[in-house]
Design a protein around this ligand. Structure first.
Ligand code: SF4
Ligand code: SF4
Length: 124
């Protein structure tokens, strides 16, 4: 009985073909809820470091002084915790996958410069 089940499965798989694709030769199958990669809008970031503190993979580094936000894409497991934690809605999960790379991929974004403080009005 067991041999029959295995044989039936093998025959079925022979006709159906493999369940996997030859990515990146063949384009990835992207669904609406696919977890592709994290994107960041640095223009609204306040460098509060909540994303860094909530990242279980320690993939994010925020430098408040330098106004930089860095992600190590090899560490990121796309869990979405940073997206949930961000109070300014800077982070998103893009359903498209990041293009394949052969080296460690660490990306640093530089925040816009801090505007000059408004000079105090001179009193007469
Ligand atoms: S949680 Fe959001 S606002 Fe705070 S540092 Fe991270 S990306 Fe910037
Ligand atoms: S998605 Fe998860 S693992 Fe990736 S940077 Fe955000 S918190 Fe870290």
């Amino acid at each position: 009985m067991r041999a029959f089940t295995i044989t039936r499965t093998i025959v079925r798989m022979l006709f159906r073909g493999p369940a996997t694709i030859r990515y990146p030769k063949e384009p990835a199958q992207i669904k609406e809820r696919s977890r592709g990669h994290i994107t960041m809008d640095i223009t609204t970031c306040i460098f509060c470091r909540l994303c860094e503190k909530n990242c279980i993979s320690q993939a994010i580094t925020v430098d408040k002084e330098e106004r930089t936000w860095t992600i190590d894409r090899m560490r990121c497991i796309i869990c979405g915790e940073c997206v949930t934690a961000c109070p300014k809605d800077c982070l998103r999960i893009d359903p498209r996958y990041h293009p394949p790379v052969t080296e460690f991929l660490v990306e640093t974004l530089q925040g816009p410069p801090v505007p000059d403080p408004v000079p105090e009005r001179e009193t007469a």
